[in-house]
Design a protein around this ligand. Structure first.
Ligand code: HEM
Length: 316
């Protein structure tokens, strides 16, 4: 009897070992049978959105980054607050996050073709890739099979997403906490080759910092006064609708917009890499694509964890 129990326990633990290791596996082919047109649907919907407003490609990329850094890429950021539920949308770093309606449209179109099959977390991962690609950046195979969270964490969104006044050491350690090394941090910061930023995030830099090109600082001050105009926008690099290596070229000439951008090229450990990306966009694209795959794999929910949300804004 004892050996029978033993056998039973052993097979149970082997089973769970197998289940958990296979669960942890994401695969680009995850929906090959269950939703064969998924990637085309996401691309077409993103194409329509970007034709309306190119910046949305950038906004979706940022949404994805902010999703992955809080409890992994689980679409937690997409959940709306309600009377009885506090999500991540009102966390400080997410107050200027945008593009939620685009994810709603992609989800609607995906649901029409493949009802109840594709998670919001996977849709966000695919939409972020398409945004980058449609703005001229690299493409990559997105590992799929994430499931959607039933929870979110406003406090982690406040403490685990780096802010624009971060020092290099802080950026390195906050990315390391997510399993991303300094090189991956520096290449992912290249996401700032697209999109816009608000005056209140770079005011201190353009008025008080010395490692800044004076004519750049003067130009930015024109639309970002010392007081007021907090939400006035400036492009993150001179070609905000083009995914290219201009961001790094700018850093080399002290034209980074945020303090957290310029610390990547300020006499520290990332200088050489920034120079390489500034002169080699092929290298930048290749490293960016592989770092995106790695970021997109931060602690996903898989297997029977979480759920496939029907509406990305609410738990089923
Ligand atoms: C390294 C640490 C990072 C910091 C401190 C940071 C900070 C910021 C800030 C303050 C903004 C401006 C938000 C606003 O004014 O509305 C911004 C925008 C943006 N960030 Fe980051 N970010 C970081 C890393 C990343 C990463 C890793 C990605 C993606 C791979 C990314 C993608 C973007 C994009 C695309 C925008 C423009 C969004 C838009 O135009 O709507 N950022 N970031």
């Amino acid at each position: 009897m004892a050996s029978l129990t033993h056998f039973f326990l052993l097979s149970l633990s082997l089973l769970s070992l197998f289940a958990s290791s296979s669960n942890a596996q994401l695969s680009p082919n995850f929906y090959a049978r269950s939703c064969p047109n998924l990637q085309a649907i996401v691309r077409n919907t993103m194409r329509q959105a970007l034709a309306r407003e190119a910046r949305l490609g950038a906004s979706i990329l940022r949404l994805f980054f902010h999703d992955c850094f809080v409890n992994g890429c689980d679409a937690g950021i997409l959940l709306d607050d309600t009377g009885s539920f506090t999500g991540e949308k009102q966390a400080f770093p997410n107050l200027s996050a945008r593009g939620y309606e685009v994810i709603d449209s992609v989800k609607t179109n995906v649901e029409a073709a493949c009802n109840g099959t594709v998670s919001c977390a996977d849709i966000l991962a695919l939409a972020a890739r398409e945004g980058v690609f449609l703005l001229g950046g690299p493409s990559w195979a997105v590992p799929l099979g994430r499931r959607d969270s039933r929870t979110a964490s406003q406090s982690k969104a406040n403490s685990e997403i780096p802010g624009p006044s971060s020092e290099l050491s802080t950026l390195i350690s906050m990315f390391a906490a997510k399993g991303l090394n300094a090189r991956e941090m520096t290449v992912l910061s290249g996401g700032h080759t697209i999109g816009q930023g608000q005056c209140n995030f770079f005011r201190d830099r353009i008025y008080n910092e010395s490692n800044i090109d004076p004519s750049f600082a003067a130009a930015r001050r024109a639309n970002c006064p010392r007081t007021g105009g907090d939400t006035n926008l400036a492009p993150l690099d001179p070609t905000p609708n083009k995914f290219d290596n201009t961001y790094y070229k700018d850093l080399v000439v002290r034209r980074g917009l945020f303090h957290s951008d310029q610390v990547l090229f300020n006499g520290g450990s990332q200088d050489a890499l920034v120079r390489s990306y500034s002169s080699n966009s092929v290298l930048f694209f290749r490293d960016f694509a592989s770092a995106m795959v790695k970021m997109s794999s931060i602690t996903p929910l898989t297997g029977s964890q979480g759920e496939i949300r029907k509406n990305c804004r609410v738990v089923n």
